[in-house]
Design a protein around this ligand. Structure first.
Ligand code: UD1
Length: 375
């Protein structure tokens, strides 16, 4: 009689930019604790390379050091995507043992390039956070989402709109799994640590008495008129309550170029900070009276935390945060923000309720599905 041989399955997880790490951390943890059938590799593309956007996240989320660092760095979309495609393909061709699957998350350029490289080599691709659509092709991430979902073999969906969108695009339902939101796994796990850091007190703002602001999308910060309008909005908001604003490197550079940084820095109500680690960011967010942002992940995190969120974009690819959560999409009319700020301060703003699958256990469902499909 022949003894049964336990098959091990080599798979790689791809992280490139800050939000990717928040999504991969929980999956790696569950995989390590619950399933010895995978050999796992963590590949960091190096799309984000500053410690504040990368190393701090790896440490705080208790993640293993990457097995491979591709060092692709910044550049135009074409240059960054092409460098990632070439270097990741080289890695895939040289990996030993050869990989059976690649897990990509989110919608950044690293997600696009690595899924393309893997799919062309016949390596199965799983996409975490599939199906989100802003229906705005001027947004680079929207192009990434559509392409990745078209070529991925397994699509893990975080909210109901994802299933509807994928069905409309003709993707076979057998490839799609609703697993909930893995970013919320990180948040649920880290929330008490984040509260303990008590960042508001460290910079002298009162719990529940400040606005937390983030801004980094090219459509906002690369358009001078729009960036000026935001600075005016912050100036106005600063008359009502203090503002905590960690500034993304792209945004800092654009503010400097337009000579807008001194004006913001001179306003005593505005606390301009360097990019924050995960724990510090959650510490501020969870204690804020309101959040103004153009981030995708923060729309989700604020909904989970029941903190009012005003999204400084014309659309969202995460509609459940509007229908079930605490998010309002402001669009181009920044005057709407002023009236909503009054509503929030007067206690008239929606509180939101809990969202299906945003329960801290999405990574378990993802690992179960990976075992079912790839082992
Ligand atoms: C990227 C993602 C965006 C995500 C965001 C999270 C794409 C298309 N965009 O945007 O979806 O919401 O990450 O932060 O993938 N820079 C640094 N240090 C770094 C990295 C970047 O200073 O470690 C500067 C560089 O000047 C670079 C600029 O930031 O040119 C933009 O970086 P990039 O990775 O191209 O896009 P993000 O704006 O960070």
């Amino acid at each position: 009689m022949v003894a049964s041989v336990r098959q091990v399955v080599p798979i790689a997880f791809v992280g490139g930019a800050r939000p990717n790490l928040v999504k991969i951390g929980p999956i790696l943890r569950v995989l390590t604790n619950r399933c010895s059938r995978f050999i796992r590799r963590l590949v960091h593309t190096g799309q984000h390379y500053d410690d504040g956007l990368s190393g701090a996240f790896l440490r705080q989320l208790d993640m293993p050091a990457p097995d491979v660092y591709l060092g692709v760095g910044s550049g135009s979309h074409g240059a960054q995507t092409a460098r990632t495609l070439v270097t990741f393909e080289e890695y895939l061709l040289s990996a030993s043992p050869a990989l059976r699957g690649v897990v990509v998350v989110g919608d950044v350029n690293s997600t696009l390039a690595c899924s393309l490289a893997a799919a062309k080599l016949g390596i199965a691709v799983a996409h975490v956070e599939a199906g989100l659509r802003s229906f705005d092709r001027t947004m680079p991430e929207e192009i990434n989402r559509v392409v990745v979902d078209a070529i991925a073999d397994v699509l893990f969906v975080s909210e109901p709109s994802g299933e509807v969108n994928l069905k409309r695009e003709g993707i076979a339902p057998s490839r799609v799994r609703f697993v909930g939101n893995v970013m919320i796994d990180s948040l649920a796990r880290e929330l008490s640590n984040a509260r303990a850091v008590n960042m508001p007190s460290a910079i002298g703002v009162a719990e529940g008495g400040f606005a937390f602001v983030t801004l980094h999308r090219p459509s906002n910060v690369d358009v001078p008129a729009r960036l000026r309008a935001f600075v005016e909005l912050l100036d106005w908001l600063g008359n009502t309550l203090p503002i905590v604003f960690p500034v993304h490197p792209r945004t800092r550079e654009r503010l400097k170029r337009l000579d807008l940084l001194p004006c913001l820095a001179a306003n005593p109500a505005v606390h301009l900070l360097d990019p924050l680690g995960y724990r510090e960011s959650v510490s501020f967010m969870a204690a804020a009276r309101m959040v103004l942002t153009d981030s995708g992940g923060i729309q989700e995190e604020t909904s989970y935390l029941h903190i009012p969120c005003l999204t400084l974009r014309p659309n969202t690819e995460r509609p459940v945060t509007v229908t079930e959560g605490t998010n309002t999409v402001i669009g181009d009319d920044l005057r709407q923000a002023a009236s909503l700020v009054s509503d929030i301060l007067a206690g008239r703003y929606k509180a939101g309720h809990s969202i299906a699958g945003w329960d801290g256990h999405a990574a378990e469902r993802i690992v179960d599905a990976l075992v079912e499909t790839w082992v």
